[in-house]
Design a protein around this ligand. Structure first.
Ligand code: ATP
Ligand code: MG
Length: 565
């Protein structure tokens, strides 16, 4: 868990920020430019949030700017839907790229010219080997590669072939443009990497103009240079590509010299953070869509009720280092709870109702009682809640034959109803199958508000909802999407999908004031957790998503660690 230490405050220190401070101090750079470069082939997830907060955060802290650049170099997998969703998610997370919105596809003409430049310098050639042959010729980590028979063609011949590739004269896979570097290099990325491939696909922005598309390697550094990005921050898997990044920058007439730095990606327990895997969950119907509240996507988290500030707090606590690790999802949930505890209104709801009839409470009467909206913050004020002869309590809060440590309601026992009265259970009504269906209780009118004048103590305080004034609701309880800590460590990540990741409760009751909230507003249902109104709600149908339960497993993990040391 060493990944998860660090501070949330300004003046953050990590190797990247230290490097930037140094670059500014020595005058290597006068201002800092970073970028967040998503490929529009899926929705953003919590892993991307780490990169977004790092890149935009650094720009803010050092008075620089951060570009949002769509790395749209693969027309086969990209769509406008993703571009729109990504922009919405970055904004929602709290960042603003201002005028600095860019698309790799805007640079296609420039990149093409630079490819011809490399050919002219005898640093690139058109190869007719098939993809399989290229793989065979590439060698392995222990064996050097072999030169392609097409490697030593003349500049003119290469230019001619490349122009015909561009003109659409060849089929996909018939030829590629490769850099001419070193087939014996210890770094496989330098063994004549492919720079352009033929794709007869329509691009969402450039239409059918192009028949060839640059690879990530050929595009990325040059895009950084065009935009005068100073620090190109990416995840560790690109470390081995850095020599190629530098080789291209060194050998092309680019207007600036960006540098790439790598940091470890965020891996989160009990979930997957890979667009490819998330796409499978969506396409195979394991979840209801990219914004299913069980998904670690930003849109899923938003729908679940997670505030963007909690995500920023969470990723701000992650160390920016070069060591990979898995962060406990419990830490993320802890951050969500910590924020919502301060910001969420309290309400009462009963998820699995058990009816109580208070026999000595006058029939037809009801009264208003005062309830506190947030015990952490008096400025939230109070509200009125209706009490009457019939109420619902949580089925779990009653046991006919309670074990020793059960302090809630049981036959003959007295408990407090929050903000209301003390009640005593007098009679248990069961159906034919022996299931408890309702309870008859009596109340003590002297305990109004929940305190007794004779200072009689009760051990349990229960939440409740008035049966006549409460509103019916559906409540969706979400649990971890995967049962394994690291899904996919085995054969298939889908093997550990949690069959209980969603539990729908159709007979819940909520106090009427919860219907005042807008879609997405998060409230604490007392003793249960934080909930937000789902967009599936209609005028006559209230639906709530559980954002997070109240039980803080992270605090427990911490306490355990402490007691060990
Ligand atoms: P995925 O593996 O989910 O497909 P990706 O890296 O292919 O992710 P991109 O759209 O290329 O997705 O990502 C944009 C930026 O976000 C990149 O700079 C990438 O390094 C960063 N990023 C992606 N996943 C993570 C992660 N788990 N932690 C930190 N940064 C990430
Ligand atoms: Mg990528």
């Amino acid at each position: 868990m060493s990944e998860a230490e660090g501070s949330i405050d300004e003046g953050r220190r990590d190797f990247i920020r230290d490097l930037i401070r140094d670059d500014l101090a020595t005058g290597r750079h006068n201002s800092i430019v970073t970028r967040f470069p998503p490929e529009p082939n899926g929705y953003l997830h919590i892993g991307h949030a780490k990169s977004i907060c790092l890149n935009f955060g650094i720009a803010e802290e050092f008075g620089g700017r951060c570009h949002l650049r769509f790395d749209d170099t693969n027309p086969a997998k990209e769509e406008q839907e993703y571009i729109d969703a990504i922009q919405e998610d970055v904004r929602w997370l709290g960042f603003d790229w201002g005028e600095n919105l860019f698309f790799a596809s805007d640079y296609f003409a420039q990149l093409y010219d630079w490819a011809e430049h490399l050919i002219g310098q005898e640093m690139a050639y058109v190869d007719h080997l098939s993809a399989d042959e290229i793989r065979q010729y590439r060698g392995t980590l222990t064996e050097p590669g072999r030169n392609s028979p097409y490697r030593d063609r003349s500049v003119d011949e290469n230019l001619d072939f490349f122009r015909r590739m561009h003109a659409g004269e060849f089929a996909e896979g018939e030829c590629v443009l490769r850099a001419k570097i070193d087939m014996k290099s210890g770094n496989i990325n330098l063994r004549d990497p492919v720079l352009y491939r033929i794709l007869h696909a329509s691009h969402h922005r450039t239409g059918d103009t192009w028949h060839i598309y640059p690879t990530y390697d050929f595009a990325h550094g040059q895009e950084d240079a065009i935009e005068r990005v100073t620090h190109s921050l990416c995840t560790l898997e690109f470390a081995d590509h850095r020599p190629l990044y530098d080789w291209l920058i060194d050998n092309l007439p680019v207007p600036a010299r960006p540098r790439q730095y790598e940091f470890s990606r965020l891996n989160l327990s009990h979930t997957v953070v890979s667009k490819r895997k998330l796409m499978q969950l969506v396409e195979q119907g394991h979840v209801e869509g990219w914004d299913d509240p069980r998904m670690p996507t930003l849109s899923g988290l938003r729908r679940r009720g997670v505030p963007p500030a909690a995500i920023r707090d969470f990723v701000g606590r992650l160390a920016i280092t070069k060591s990979e690790g898995v962060v406990e999802i419990a830490l993320f949930e802890h951050c969500i709870r910590e924020l919502l505890n301060k910001t969420a209104q309290r309400r009462m709801a009963v998820l699995r109702p058990l009816k109580i009839i208070i026999d000595n409470y006058p029939e037809g009467r009801s009264e208003e009682l005062e309830a506190i909206n947030n015990p952490e913050d008096a400025s939230f004020g109070t509200r009125q809640i209706s009490f009457g002869r019939e109420i619902y309590i949580e089925r779990d809060d009653f046991m006919e034959d309670p074990p020793k440590k059960f302090f809630r309601l049981a036959p003959g026992r007295e408990v407090r109803l929050r903000y209301a009265y003390y009640i005593t259970c007098q009679e248990v009504i069961k159906d034919k199958a022996g299931k408890v269906v309702e309870l008859h209780c009596t109340y003590d009118p002297a305990t109004r508000g929940g305190t007794s004048p004779d200072r009689r103590k009760v051990k349990g305080t229960l939440h409740w909802v008035s049966a006549s004034k409460g509103l019916p609701a559906e409540v969706r309880l979400y649990n971890h999407l995967f049962t394994d800590v690291e899904p996919g460590a085995g054969d298939d990540f889908r093997d550990s999908l949690n069959p209980q990741s969603l539990e729908v409760l159709k007979n819940a009751w909520v106090e009427p004031s919860v219907s005042d909230g807008a879609i997405g507003d998060v409230m604490q249902f007392e003793r249960l957790g934080y909930f937000c109104r789902d967009r599936d709600s209609g005028p006559d149908k209230l639906i709530f998503n559980r954002t997070v339960a109240l039980r803080d497993t992270w605090a427990k993990i911490q306490a355990k660690e402490k007691s060990k040391s």
